[in-house]
Design a binder for this molecule. Structure first.
Ligand code: MOS
Length: 721
């Protein structure tokens, strides 16, 4: 298992992130944000700012930059572009951009911009907004409501009325920010009508396309470079405000512009995870068979309604076998910053509700919660015909129960002042892939480059490319140079949706076979060293009738520096044959202090069925990060709105994140069944599933420890006093 290839550069500070690029003549931009939650910008007096030392320009909705709304992205949806008009839809919305000779000058001048608003009443409270909730638009092919009923059933209400056991509860989850270490930032430079933008993102070619649309350019004239990304998690899938503003201002001013959000601005000028309310009803037979399942969800969204967290669809649509299923997804438009994809969008908060309800049902039935889940395991998503391609969830439970020391009816323990309990939950996340193209170049020095535009936001994609490239080319990994993070490379889709390994890996295998075919043709062509012979390739060597030659030597012999080929893959026929998902089981032990109510996670164990694992070390690291996210969601993270729509804790002092002392050793296991129905590499996604179910497992463990059922996250000290 190779170590993370980019680690030495990152830990020694040699990795150049977007903001580390400094160009001659560069100016600095500072974003101005709104201080009301709803209304119109009436006036923006920038005179004092323009007079301030070092200021080059001030852009506002009245003195605009040349930016337009780009076409809707098929993967990420609509992107909001700043300074297009005077509308203010939330507190902290970008409304201006000050450019100066230094960052400090730009920031100081930004404080001098005087804004007046025609302020309108703002709807900021989720509970107030519930009254005006709307059906969510169709997403991932899911309509806002789905009902599947057995032939003889008229209404799911009848199922619940007749069921011997029913649980029926409401659960709530909090707004979160991606809080990536690297704030959204960009350095933009123009050269003869061509734009280069250094900006951390999840898919450089996708950002290049959006920037081209916003700046009315041919996409070939836009070059987006993101060699290193300091975390993304769904929050860098769209082009950021600094990238739009720096690119447009650099064009206007004829000099490079650098811009970054402050940490506080990251909380409002990007996007967040929705707040949700979820009502789950499960009716079951005495043996635990689920007779009916209903999951109704309300997710907050911004007034532009550009994203709805699909909690009902993400979980109850797929997780358990039942003949009677009713799910609905509503949105609650508010004057809040946009909501967007965040690690396991839908499944992360959805699993808190569903898996808490499953625990409540297991207790009502006096049944082992694992047994309840196994009994209702699905062969296919309810209402769909296509069976799962490969599902080893039961083995995840078995391995997890053994390694964790799970007893079927866990009893709480008391250790001094600490109440100790255990909990578990299922994890699932759909296995997807996106179209991807990879270019492979064989070099005369005997090395090979494997390249795709994409991004490695810390996921380990560089290592995946190196490993899959090495095995596809039958070369040692040390001879492979993976290249990523440059929109001029073949279009590699995005690091999002837990898709990159499956998408890029498959394209690598196809590119390798293309380039090796071309190599064999070159070797046996007239005049070449193996002219007229049957040539084979293995282990970096060409084998002819009598001779053997390294491929680099062959290239030199025919007068070539290199040989390249592309391979492209996209989801296709497999979608007509199977349903695809990754699976997992989460276990945890929690200690709650009997006097202070403090809850501490003392053990965490996750077992995952994600198909083939390409790099065990990096996969474990990825999974641990996701499980820590789950702890964070359960016990720490929540953005709190005050009465006027301002986040009251939009900084790292008030927005709680776990630190090392909050996280125990995390035990990760994989059951490995390569899923070649899904893609040739056999790997399904593991990026997002890691966080799914963790919050429910913790809430279930807290209940086990204390007898207190908390139906919201984060769970706070005051919930347990
Ligand atoms: Mo993500 S939420 O996989 O970009």
């Amino acid at each position: 298992m190779s170590d993370r290839l980019d680690a030495p550069l990152k830990v020694t500070g040699r990795a150049k992130y977007a903001m580390d690029h400094n160009l001659p003549g560069m100016a600095y931009g500072y974003v101005v944000v709104s201080t009301v939650a709803h209304g119109q910008v009436e006036t923006m007096d920038a005179d004092a700012a323009k007079e301030a030392p070092g200021v080059i320009a001030v852009y506002t909705p009245f003195e605009r930059l040349d930016l337009r709304t780009p076409p809707v992205s098929p993967i990420m949806g609509e992107t909001w572009v700043p300074l297009r008009n005077t509308d203010v839809d939330y507190y902290g919305q970008p409304i201006g951009f000050v450019v100066a000779n230094s960052f400090e000058q730009a920031r100081d001048a930004a404080m001098l911009v005087r804004v007046t608003y025609d302020e309108k009443p703002a709807l900021v409270s989720f509970d107030d907004g519930l009254a005006s909730a709307e059906d969510a638009p169709e997403s991932r092919g899911n309509p806002p409501q789905i009902e599947v009923l057995a032939d003889e059933v008229e209404s799911i209400e009848d199922v619940f009325a007749a069921a011997p056991f029913v649980v029926d509860h409401a659960y709530r989850t909090a707004t979160q920010n991606h809080a990536a270490m690297e704030p959204h930032s960009a350095v933009a430079v123009w050269d003869e009508g061509e734009l280069t933008v250094y900006t951390g993102n999840q898919g450089s070619n996708l950002i290049a396309t959006e920037l081209a649309g916003a700046l009315d350019l041919d996409v070939a004239a836009v070059h987006v470079i993101n060699p290193y990304v300091g975390g993304a998690f769904g929050g860098k899938g769209r082009t950021s405000t600094p990238a739009f503003l720096a690119a447009a201002a650099a064009r206007e001013l004829g000099r490079p512009v650098k811009a970054a959000l402050t940490r506080e601005q990251v909380f409002t000028a990007t996007a967040t995870r929705a707040t949700t309310l979820q009502k789950v009803t499960i009716g079951a037979d005495a043996d635990g068979t689920i007779l009916g399942l209903r999951h109704d969800s309300w997710s907050s969204t911004a007034m532009d309604r550009s994203f709805v967290e699909p909690t009902s669809h993400g979980t109850s649509r797929e997780w358990y076998a039942t003949k009677n299923l009713s799910i609905s997804q509503k949105m609650v438009p508010l004057n809040i910053p946009p909501t967007t994809f965040m690690r396991a969008p839908g499944e992360a908060p959805g699993s808190f509700a569903l898996e808490s309800a499953m625990d409540e049902l297991a207790l009502a039935l006096d049944m082992d919660p694992i047994e309840l889940r196994v009994r209702n395991s699905s062969l296919a998503p309810p209402g769909k015909d296509l069976q799962w391609s490969s599902k080893h969830l039961d083995e995840c439970f078995t391995v997890g129960a053994r390694e964790f020391g799970w007893s079927p009816r866990p009893n709480a323990r008391v250790e001094g002042d600490w109440l100790v309990g255990v909990g578990m939950a299922t994890a699932m996340f759909p296995a997807l892939r996106f179209p991807a193209t990879v270019g492979i170049t064989l070099h005369a020095d005997g090395t090979a480059e494997v390249a795709t535009s994409g991004a490695d936001p810390g996921t380990g994609l560089l290592n995946v490319m190196s490993s899959v490239g090495a095995e596809s080319l039958d070369l040692a990994p040390s001879r492979i140079t993976p290249r990523l993070g440059d929109s001029k490379l073949p279009p590699g889709g995005m690091s999002g949706g837990s898709t990159a390994t499956a998408s890029v890996g498959t394209a690598i295998m196809l590119a390798a076979s293309e380039v090796l075919d071309a190599l064999l043709a070159l070797a046996s062509a007239p005049g070449a060293p193996f002219a007229g012979q049957i040539v084979t390739y293995a282990d970096g060597l060409l084998h002819g009738d009598t001779d053997t030659m390294p491929f680099g030597e062959l290239l030199r012999a025919v007068g070539r520096e290199s040989l390249s080929a592309n391979g492209s893959s996209a989801p296709g026929e497999e979608l007509t044959k199977h349903s695809f998902s990754s699976f997992g089981a989460q276990f945890c032990e929690v200690r709650v202090h009997r006097l202070t109510g403090e809850a501490r996670v003392s053990r965490l164990l996750g077992v995952f069925d994600g198909g083939r694992i390409i790099n065990d070390k990096l996969a474990r690291s990825q999974i641990k990060g996701g499980m820590i996210w789950g702890v964070s969601a359960a016990l720490h993270e929540a953005l709190e709105l005050d009465g006027v729509g301002r986040f009251a804790n939009a900084d790292f002092a008030g927005y709680l994140l776990p630190v090392n002392a909050d996280i125990p050793d995390i035990d990760v296991h994989f059951v490995q069944y390569p899923d070649t129905f899904h893609n040739a590499v056999g790997a399904r996604g593991i990026g997002e599933i890691a966080t799914v179910g963790v919050a429910a497992a913790i809430a279930n463990a807290i209940h086990n420890a204390t007898g207190v059922r908390v139906r919201h996250i984060p769970i706070m000290v005051e919930d347990l006093l």
